[in-house]
Design a protein around this ligand. Structure first.
Ligand code: ZN
Length: 600
């Protein structure tokens, strides 16, 4: 059980202001028990934070500069006028989700949004302007790149802590209190743990408020735009999804529209609704609204569908004994390659997504599998703006011509496909269990490392089989190596960084990588494939055995910040950490996230 942290910037405001804020988020019980409670998350009556009281982290401009503004352009040349009209309506619908997500992140966000609005004006200082833009980028005053550290707030920033309850639960509630309430009121359990409700106080009670009610002010106009788009398209699968999803915004029942999303077959591919639950740091129940408006790239999708057919062969080809291979996994999941036209909400916040796999509803997954969506133009943008400058700083000069976007794209694809290969359900001491349950908190670190290594291993195997082009044999290793550096800079001390460091140090030890006198790295082509195979074997066997102590030993031994690695990462300081997307292909939209509700 994680400890809920009470401290939060709103609690440092004056009592009067705090009361007003609490009232707006329905927490009226303690002070004014008999007052009518407005359970909606609407907040037009919330009083403001005084702009003059705001404190800005002194390094806010450097924080913002870690994200490089980038035009993410989509090829719309194949679209009909009808498709373009649908696209424009979907962008409009998406913009209503920005204010929803802003409120899901933190109930105090609307007041903060208003207080920082003057900083968009011409007489704002560079620091104020940066603070406002960083607020928009993070959808709140919490730095997503630095473990939700505050960069903006009232009072001593060092004393403020991001609430695990986000905007989903009453600010002063503890996980224990929520659990105790559910224990005492089992009839409320489904609603309280639902992915599409907020928890609020109503007098002494905890109540679940459906999203459709809490966010009606924004979801109703979004639904109207989706209906308009459904009527504008002649594509039946798209019309069915959009109409069903519009209804779900108002009914909170997303099942049918998730099913319809799996069947989408249209030039305009859209993912819009409440999906990921990471923002709920208290329980991981509540889903955040987001939107990916994209256009399908049919030729690329068809080319990749071929690799999906290779999954049974790739499972057989795993470098482990047959008894540990998993031939029961479904291979039905479709793959789509798309160009991103516009994003909103969770999808737009912080570090940008390269690929996703949805929906999360297990009932839909059982019936139809899940869909993998790869965002080609986002990959291209990151390849140009981040991977290439990284390679220029840490790879030996003669490796640079080997860098290739095609290799990077295929590597990301096969990383994703690899999550569906290898041990999943396993037997340990005669008991049926899962790798995830046995490896506990080390699981995701090892699983991500597995997907990286297997991604490279599978591409090399498919080249040998004649299914992938020969030139990848030269371009893949250098591109993979540059990719390791891209990931490791998210922090050598952190889970994912540790898994990346493990790959790096293992390959260095096996002679698959070498360091030049100037500290730059090169691939040793003769030994690289064998070392990748050995590393894949070692990781897969830890998973097959559900070997927790072995995994710990493996990560302790290899996942270290060695002097070579630390020195290399130090050379990357001036390379941006991520892109900050602008969407020139989306006609007539504000380039900044729409944290202000349309029309406001
Ligand atoms: Zn992964």
């Amino acid at each position: 059980m994680r400890q809920h942290r009470l401290r939060h910037f709103a609690l440092t405001l004056t009592l009067t202001l705090a009361l007003t804020l609490l009232a707006a988020t329905a927490c009226t019980s303690v002070q004014e028990p008999e007052e009518t409670t407005d359970l909606r998350a609407g907040d037009s009556a919330v009083s403001d934070i005084d702009t003059a009281d705001l404190v800005i982290a002194p390094d806010v401009e450097e924080r913002l500069a870690r994200f490089t503004p980038t035009d993410v352009e989509a090829d719309l040349s194949a679209l009909s006028d009808e498709d373009r009209r649908v696209l424009a309506l979907l962008v409009e619908a998406s913009r209503h989700l920005d204010p929803v997500f802003l409120r899901q992140v933190d109930a105090g966000n609307p007041a903060m949004e208003r207080a920082t609005r003057p900083w968009l004006g011409a007489d704002a200082s560079a620091e104020q302007r940066a603070a406002r833009e960083y607020f928009e980028l993070n959808y709140g005053p919490w730095d997503r790149l630095d473990e939700m550290e505050p960069f903006l707030g009232v009072g001593d920033l060092g004393a403020l802590e991001h609430p695990e309850s986000a905007g989903y639960y009453p600010e002063d509630v503890t996980a224990e209190e929520v659990e105790a309430w559910i224990e005492a009121h089992p009839e409320d359990e489904a609603a309280m743990t639902s992915t599409v409700t907020l928890i609020r106080r109503d007098g002494d009670a905890l109540v679940a408020v459906p999203y459709s009610e809490a966010f009606a002010e924004h979801l109703e106009p979004a639904a109207a735009k989706l209906h308009e788009a459904a009527e504008a398209t002649s594509n039946e699968s798209l019309a069915r999804f959009l109409a069903a999803r519009a209804d779900a915004f108002l009914s909170d029942d997303y099942y049918e529209s998730d099913m319809a999303w799996m069947d989408l077959d249209a030039p305009v591919e859209v993912t819009i609704g409440p999906y990921e639950t990471y923002e709920d740091g208290m329980f991981g129940y509540k889903a955040a609204f987001e939107s990916f408006v994209t256009v399908d790239l049919p030729a690329e999708s068809a080319a990749l569908a071929r690799y999906k057919d290779e999954l049974p062969w790739l499972e057989r080809n795993l470098p482990i004994p047959d008894e540990h291979k998993n031939f029961d996994r479904g291979t039905e999941s479709p793959i789509r390659v798309v160009d991103e036209v516009y994003t909103a909400g969770d999808a737009r916040a912080g570090v940008q997504t390269l690929a996703f796999n949805l929906p999360n509803d297990e009932r839909v997954r059982e019936a139809k599998g899940s869909k993998k969506v790869l965002l080609r133009n986002v990959m291209r943008a990151k390849y140009d703006k981040i991977l290439t400058p990284i390679a220029e700083r840490v790879l030996a000069a003669e490796e640079l011509p080997e860098l290739s976007f095609d290799a990077y794209f295929n590597f990301v694809l096969h990383h994703e496909l690899s999550h569906g290969l290898g041990p999943g359900r396993i037997t340990v001491n005669g008991e049926e269990t899962e790798v995830r349950l046995e490896l506990k908190e080390l699981y995701s670190t090892l699983e991500e490392a597995k997907a990286d290594v297997m991604g490279a291993y599978d591409i090399l195997a498919l080249i040998d089989k004649g299914e992938m082009p020969q030139e990848l044999r030269a371009t893949l290793p250098a591109t993979y190596l540059a990719g390791l550096f891209r990931s490791v800079r998210f922090g050598l001390g952190e889970a994912h960084g540790r898994g990346v460091a493990a790959q790096f140090n293992y390959l260095l030890d096996k002679g698959a990588l070498a360091v030049d006198d100037d500290g730059r790295f090169r691939v040793v082509n003769d030994t690289f494939p064998g070392a990748i195979r050995d590393l894949a074997h070692d990781i897969l066997m830890l998973q097959a055995a559900g070997d927790y102590p072995g995994t710990e030993e493996f990560l302790d031994r290899w996942g270290r910040a060695t002097p070579e690695l630390t020195a290399a990462v130090a050379r990357l300081e001036d390379v941006p950490v991520d892109i900050r997307p602008r969407y020139p292909s989306a006609p007539g939209v504000d380039p900044r996230p729409g944290v202000t509700a349309p029309g406001e």
